[in-house]
Write a protein that binds this ligand. Structure first.
Ligand code: 8YV
Length: 323
């Protein structure tokens, strides 16, 4: 049995597959694969472990011989799951293990933005640490403020817990359905999307990218937010409209933004958002800790091993394939 892996993954996951008797072929080049290259490399394989590699309909239709596809991510917006289901390939993801690390990144962006930390750091490098003026370089405080969570699932819950523990923040959230355990645990309140916009001091996005959430944070949404509100996105860049966000910041419709995800990625180095004092941008490192990436590789490997044994994979995103 052989698996093709689209990037080099942590040792923990690779070892698990090798110990299970699986031959592991990793793509070691520092560039992504085209769909044609992917088809060619997986032709003689039984499984695919995809690390953020786009899997479109053409690839999936040409690859019906694959017994399983494991993703090295919780998100699967880069995969045509309907096409995979049509050719009966189970798709697995890595839920749970990256929730804390991703929430930590959201928390980091919130705090850094509230004190303009990234911009201050850059100003020292530029030799701009000059005469002390008590009315300059002022941030805003977070204690007792309202955190609005768009998508209170596993990651949103971790972020909310951090904000309650550190700053005693009040939690409001908007989901399609109520999260009653979170309401009890954190005294969180469900609000409509408009109420979330109007009442949040910090609004943090933790939802999947779907046709319903794509472009959800546009000019009309930012316009409803408080002038001192901070917008945080560690989910997917396409959930906000970057041009509208820039305009909202320039026109002081909102106060600041912290982004771990942009649209497109990578963000171009001369992007105006990168030179704004109240904006913090990171290069999609939400799950990038040694512990979390190792745990993700293990879940992906477990999906591959189960799939190759002909068993139901433990973290399946398209359970319909087993019907
Ligand atoms: C990375 C993520 O994109 O899991 C996700 O959905 O966004 C991140 O963890 C990544 O795929 C790391 O392999």
């Amino acid at each position: 049995m052989k698996v093709f892996v689209t990037r080099v993954i942590p040792e923990e996951g690779r070892k698990l597959m090798i110990d299970a008797g699986i031959e592991v072929e990793e793509w070691k080049e520092k560039r992504g694969l085209s769909q044609e290259e992917l088809i060619a490399h997986t032709r003689d394989c039984d499984a695919l472990l995809s690390v953020s590699t786009r899997l479109d309909k053409d690839f999936l239709e040409a690859s019906s011989h694959l017994k399983v596809i494991a993703l090295h991510s919780v998100g699967y917006d880069h995969v045509d799951v309907t096409a995979a289901t049509a050719v009966k390939i189970p798709i697995g993801n890595t839920p749970g293990v990256l929730s804390a690390a991703t929430a930590d990144t959201a928390f980091l962006l919130m705090l850094a933005t509230s004190r303009k930390a990234f911009y201050m750091h850059k100003s020292i490098i530029k030799g701009e640490w000059g005469f002390f003026d008590p009315t300059e370089n002022l941030g805003i405080e977070l204690r007792g403020k309202t955190l609005g969570v768009f998508g209170l699932g596993k990651i949103g819950l971790e972020m909310a817990k951090c904000c309650v523990g550190a700053f005693d923040m009040k939690i409001i959230y908007h989901n399609r359905s109520r999260n009653e355990p979170a309401e009890k645990e954190l005294n969180a309140h469900w609000v409509s999307f408009d109420e979330l916009l109007e009442q949040s001091d910090v609004l943090t996005v933790h939802t999947a990218l779907t046709p319903e959430t794509e472009g959800k944070f546009d000019w009309f949404a930012f316009e409803k937010m408080k002038p001192h509100a901070i917008f945080i996105n560690t989910a997917r860049g396409a959930i906000h409209k970057e041009g509208d966000l820039l305009k909202a910041l320039q026109e002081q419709q909102i106060w600041g933004a912290g982004l771990d995800v942009t649209n497109p990625e990578p963000m171009r180095p001369d992007h105006p958002l990168l030179n704004m004092p109240n904006v913090s941008v990171l290069p999609h490192i939400g799950s990038a800790t040694e512990e979390t990436r190792a745990a993700m590789s293990v879940l992906a490997a477990r999906n591959i091993i189960a799939g190759l044994k002909g068993e139901r994979i433990p973290f399946v995103v398209n359970p319909e394939v087993y019907k």
